[in-house]
Design a protein around this ligand. Sequence first.
Ligand SMILES: NC(=O)c1ccc[n+]([C@@H]2O[C@H](COP(=O)([O-])OP(=O)(O)OC[C@H]3O[C@@H](n4cnc5c(N)ncnc54)[C@H](OP(=O)(O)O)[C@@H]3O)[C@@H](O)[C@H]2O)c1
Length: 331
Amino acid sequence: MSQQQTLLLTGSTGTIGKLLIQQLHSTKQEAHLKLKLLVRNVEKAKELFDALQSDSFQLEYIQGDLPINDKSVNTELLFDKVEKIFILAPDVPQKVNLEKSIVEKALQYTKASNGQLKQVVKLSALGVSRDRETNNLLRWHADSEYEIFQALNHYNEVNSDNTVSHVFIRPGMFMQNILGGYEHYYLMNHNMIVRPDLNTRHSYTTSFVDVRDLVKIISLVLLETDVTKYGDKTFTITGPSTTTNQEFVEIVSKVLKRDIHYEKVSEFTFMNMLKEMQIPNDYIWMLIKLYQTGKENGAASIIYEDFENITGTSPTTFEQFLLDHLSYFNQ
Ligand SMILES: NC(=O)c1ccc[n+]([C@@H]2O[C@H](COP(=O)([O-])OP(=O)(O)OC[C@H]3O[C@@H](n4cnc5c(N)ncnc54)[C@H](OP(=O)(O)O)[C@@H]3O)[C@@H](O)[C@H]2O)c1
């Protein structure tokens, strides 16, 4: 039997996590894989993934949440034999602490037990910066990248025989956002797509990425046993093209064969529309800041070719994505 690889995944019951586990399962490989899943709800995770289990694809569910602390989670159960950790935490102001906690605990464990940890892979976001406002998701990710980088550097300085590398994966906005939440609600109930887009000097453009492409990259990185291949690198993953909001809506109308219109609103109106949907205040502010960043510096307008450079294939177009998800728009 070939050697077993053990990975620890967080966020596995969400949009990325569910597709990532499918991708890891379907990727042909010689090595046997064991995934430890840190989940808040074991029953939910079992329902999603138990059918995939086999001798060569083992799943272990560990009940717990972020931040990690010694009392709430058995750290031996969590980190024993783990070679790589995939970190994905929710978009909350405490994000940096949630993510830092698991890295610090993993390093403590691996040092104390001569552990196997070789790499930390963090899901980040395109355009992260430590200069952003403190209620901006791009600031939370940047602070977290910085803290993880620092923690690993300190660890590696004194453990030069057993170093742990980082990989930061920075995707653009997800095509999947249109399949749920406020975007899907207004599309289905009011035939419109709403964006805070007044007072801009120009029609800014955005590139959207299919999470199915994103998980191909994450899976390649996680399954790569030569940790130097992707180690200590950052990858930015975007779709193949950019669109203005108006062009985005035209594509949706054309593919869904429906008359969808683009509703440009002020940030104030946008905020009140989301409040009516009972979306938490912190999350609304975070979204507004994200759209402001898009308007301001065009970071989301750039096409990066990291996906093609790594996989040798083109990323999925928005049209193809919609065609593959038509069932989400049945009325
Ligand atoms: N959406 C975009 O356009 C976009 C673009 C770039 C980057 N991103 C980044 O993508 C990430 C979100 O990924 P996603 O869409 O897959 O998220 P998601 O669907 O909201 O899933 C979040 C996952 O995190 C788990 N979780 C929530 N709170 C937790 C806690 N306190 N401790 C442990 N686990 C917790 C959830 O578990 P439960 O199932 O128990 O709730 C779920 O598995 C964020 O970092 C975001 O910044 C998003």
